[in-house]
Design a protein around this ligand. Structure first.
Ligand code: GLY
Length: 299
């Protein structure tokens, strides 16, 4: 089977000065991971590896470069899901760890649980051998400066970034040589969110979903609204009767119509076709076909 890999680098009004970094960041993730997927790497390992690359890249709101919450701290959410079993692992409000999606995978594979949060998630990560970093290791000057501009702005709302400011959740969806699907999503959430706020990204069915009988999806955007329509599961369900691109567009239509939401999705349907759609001004994406890598900003 010809494997497939698609990633996103967030859906928002990406300004011109950030466009090149977004395109090169998503392109790099697929260029580094696809050759391994093509050589037999599992879909699960591929989505983890692709998201790890995006978590390390300070361009994106995930891992290094994440938004600050109301207290000026970084709290990270992530999910990974295995389409073979519907098993998933997730972490939320996790601090000081560069690769939350890898901790999420350990939750899935090493515990009886699906979702760990806050201090418990950090303790678990350390037990699993992850390094607890000093907070400055994930902080970028860009996000510190942005936080200074919004922290005392009484008119600021956490979903404004989708229209005007950075909002860069990252995600990956893969189908491997054996026809297995996986999805992964990782984020710093929304700017100046309340401490302890959890968005859609670590919620199975909302921030991501994978089912070998349907395909797999990763979402990005305004989490409070995405959760209301379980956007990733909604799009996966649509894969049963529509090809991927149509299903992605229909899912975003449901998000907009039912809850006035803003966001984007990437996915692969059970026939290996790519879908991507958004109703934010732009979305960064990259995917691989026989002819090579396509990376860009969809407007
Ligand atoms: N979609 C990311 C968040 O709202 O946290």
């Amino acid at each position: 089977m010809q494997p497939k890999l698609i990633v996103h680098g967030g859906a928002w009004n990406i300004p011109e000065e950030y466009v090149a970094d977004h395109i090169s960041g998503v392109r790099r993730a697929v260029e580094l991971v696809f050759p391994q997927l093509d050589s037999g790497l599992s879909a699960l390992a591929a989505v983890e590896a692709a998201v790890n690359i995006l978590e390390e890249d300070p361009t994106f709101d995930a891992g290094r470069g994440a938004f600050l919450n109301e207290k000026g701290e970084i709290e990270l959410d992530a999910l990974i899901m295995d389409g073979r079993t519907l098993g998933f692992g997730a972490v939320a409000a996790l601090q000081n760890i560069l690769h939350p999606v890898s901790v999420a995978r350990k939750v899935m594979e090493q515990t009886e649980h699906c979702l760990l949060v806050g201090k418990g998630a950090l303790e678990f990560a350390k037990k699993m051998g992850f390094t607890e970093l000093p907070p400055e290791a994930l902080l970028t000057e860009r996000e510190l400066a942005f936080f200074q501009t919004i922290k005392n702005d009484a008119t600021f709302r956490t979903h404004q970034p989708f229209d005007a400011f950075p909002m860069d959740t990252v995600g990956a969806v893969a189908m491997d040589c054996n026809g297995n699907f996986a999805a992964a999503t990782s984020t710093g959430g929304t700017a100046r969110k309340l401490a302890g706020r959890v968005g859609d990204s670590p919620i199975a069915g909302a921030g991501g979903y994978a089912d070998n009988e349907l395909g797999a999806v990763s979402a990005t955007g305004w989490g409070e609204r995405i959760m209301q329509v379980l956007l990733s599961k909604t799009v996966c369900d649509l894969f049963a009767r529509q090809e991927a691109m149509m299903a992605a567009q229909a899912g975003i239509g449901i998000l907009a119509k039912k809850v006035n939401g803003l966001g984007g999705v990437i996915g692969i349907d059970k026939n290996g076709r790519y879908g991507l759609a958004h109703n934010t001004p732009k979305m960064a994406y990259a995917y691989v076909e026989k002819k090579g890598v396509t990376a860009g900003i969809q407007a």
